[in-house]
Design a protein around this ligand. Structure first.
Ligand code: HGY
Ligand code: MN
Ligand code: MN
Length: 419
C-alpha cells in the first residue's frame, strides 16, 4: 500500500508550498499575525477549505470558525480518525506553529486519495481557529466546541479593544447559536492525531527529525489588575505613592521566583499595560497577564496558591488594589499509549535511521481538548534552535516531509489494526 505514497522529499516540497500560500494571510504585513476571527483568519480559513477540497475532502467552515474536512471510509458514516491543528497564530508569530499540522493533514488526505487507498474509517482534517487564546480570554475554544466543553460565557468576552467575541464571530461569518451543536457524538471520533513543531530544543540537540509526545503540561492563565493612585511624577513623595507599576513589577518578579522554586515549572508575564502610560505620571493602574505551567497538576495548584499569597502580600504592603481573574486552565494531559505506539510504528516504517524519541510538551495544544473526547497523540517535528512564537521559527522541508510520511504510515497502521 505504501509504495504508491509520495516520498518525504515530495511531501516536504508540497508542505512548504502550501505553507507559503497559507501564510500570505496576516493582519500585519511583513509579520505573521492571524488572530482568531480576524480578517486574515477568515481568508486563511477560506484558503484552507479550498485546499481540503482539492485534497478530496468535503469541507466547510463551522459555526465557531474552524475548518472541517472529511472523506468517508469504506462505507459512509464510519467513525473518523481526525487530524488537527490550528491556523490562528500569536502576534508576529512563526510560519509553522499550528499551520504545519493542518497542512500535514491535508497533504496526507490528498496522498491517500491519489493512491486510491480506502480506509476502514473516515478521515477528517480540522483547522482549529482559537488555539493560541491570544485575542479573547478563552481556552482552546474551537476544539472545546467539538468536545462539548464550550463555555457560553466566552461569547460575551471582550478583546483588548472591547470587541465582544459574539460580534466578532458573526462578522467573521460564524454562528454563535450554532456552536453548541458542533459537539461530536461519543464514538464518532476514534482517534485524534496532531503533527506540530516541538517549539523546544530537544529533537535538534539529539539530531532527531521527529519525536512522540508522552504528555502535555498543565497550564493556567489569568488577567491581573493592580490599582493604585495616579499622580504627578515630580511632586508625589516616594513614601506617599501607591505606584501600581512598581507593585506589578514586584509581582512579575515574584512569579519568576515561584516558577523557579517548582520542579520543571515555568511562569511568564507576557502582557503588561500601565495606565495611563505617560512619562511624567505615576501609574494609577496596570493590567498584566500571567501564564504558568507544570508537568503535574498538584505542582500547578501549589504555584497557584503561592501566587495568590505573594501578590496579596505585595498589594497590602504597597496599599494598592489587586484583582486576579483566571480565564484558562488545562490539566496535564497524557497522550494515548496505543497511538504513541502507532506513531512509533509509523516512524519505523518511514526510515530505519529515525528513532521514536518520546518527550513531554511544555506548549499547550488542541490535543489537550481532543483527548477528553477520544484517544489523542502528537508527533513533534524538529525546529531550528527550538525557537517558536517568533518570526525566527524555522524547520527544514525534509523534516516536514518526514513528519507527513510518518503520519501517513501511522494512519495505515491504524487501518491495519482495524483488520
Ligand atoms: O501557549 C501555548 O502553549 C500554545 O502555543 N498556545
Ligand atoms: Mn501551536
Ligand atoms: Mn503557539
Amino acid at each position: 500500500m505504501t509504495a504508491s505514497l509520495p516520498s518525504a522529499a515530495v511531501l516536504g516540497a508540497r508542505a512548504f508550498a502550501a505553507l507559503d500560500g497559507l501564510n500570505r494571510f496576516t493582519d500585519e504585513p511583513g509579520k505573521i499575525t492571524r488572530l482568531y476571527l480576524s480578517p486574515s483568519h477568515r481568508q486563511a480559513a477560506e484558503w484552507t477549505k479550498g485546499a481540503m477540497e482539492v485534497a478530496g475532502l468535503d469541507a466547510f467552515i463551522d459555526a465557531a470558525g474552524s475548518v472541517q474536512g472529511r472523506r468517508e471510509g469504506a462505507k459512509p458514516g464510519l467513525p473518523a480518525v481526525l487530524i488537527g491543528s490550528h491556523i490562528d497564530t500569536v502576534k508576529d508569530g512563526g510560519r509553522f506553529d499550528g499551520n504545519l499540522g493542518v497542512v500535514a493533514g491535508v497533504l496526507a488526505a490528498q496522498a491517500l486519495r491519489d493512491a486510491g487507498i480506502i480506509l476502514p474509517f473516515a478521515l477528517e482534517v480540522v483547522a482549529f481557529g482559537d488555539e493560541e487564546t491570544v485575542r479573547f480570554p478563552t481556552s482552546l475554544s474551537t476544539s472545546s466546541a467539538l468536545i462539548g466543553h464550550y463555555d457560553p460565557a466566552w461569547l460575551d468576552s471582550r478583546d483588548a479593544d472591547g470587541v465582544v467575541l459574539r460580534d466578532a464571530l458573526v462578522a467573521f461569518g460564524g454562528d454563535p447559536s450554532g456552536v453548541a451543536a458542533l459537539k461530536r457524538k461519543p464514538g464518532s471520533v476514534k482517534a485524534y492525531l496532531e503533527v506540530h513543531i516541538e517549539q523546544g530544543p530537544v529533537l535538534e540537540s539529539e539530531n532527531e527529525s521527529v519525536g512522540i509526545v508522552t504528555a502535555i503540561n498543565a497550564q493556567k492563565r489569568a488577567r491581573v489588575r493592580v490599582s493604585g493612585e495616579a499622580g504627578h511624577a515630580g511632586t508625589v513623595p516616594m513614601k506617599l505613592r501607591k505606584d501600581a507599576l512598581a507593585a506589578a513589577a514586584e509581582m512579575a518578579l515574584a512569579l519568576e521566583d515561584i516558577a523557579a522554586a517548582h520542579e520543571q515549572a515555568v511562569g511568564t508575564v507576557g502582557v503588561f499595560r500601565p495606565d495611563p502610560g505617560a512619562t511624567n505620571v505615576v501609574p494609577g493602574a496596570v493590567d498584566f497577564t500571567i501564564d504558568f505551567r507544570s508537568p503535574r497538576n498538584d505542582t500547578l495548584a501549589s504555584m497557584d496558591k503561592a501566587i495568590a499569597e505573594r501578590f496579596a502580600a505585595i498589594a497590602a504592603r504597597r496599599g494598592v488594589g489587586l484583582e486576579i481573574t483566571a480565564y484558562s486552565q488545562e490539566d496535564a494531559t497524557p497522550m494515548a499509549e496505543r497511538l504513541q505506539e502507532a506513531f512509533a510504528t509509523g516512524i519505523a516504517r518511514t526510515g530505519s535511521n529515525l528513532s521514536a524519541r518520546r518527550l513531554p510538551s511544555g506548549a499547550g495544544h488542541d490535543a489537550m481538548a481532543m483527548a477528553r473526547l477520544c484517544p489523542a497523540a502528537m508527533l513533534f517535528v524538529r525546529c531550528e534552535k527550538g525557537i517558536s512564537h517568533s518570526p525566527l521559527e524555522n524547520m527544514t522541508e525534509l523534516d516536514a516531509g518526514i513528519a507527513i510520511r510518518v503520519l501517513l504510515e501511522t494512519i495505515l497502521e491504524l487501518a491495519r489494526q482495524e483488520g
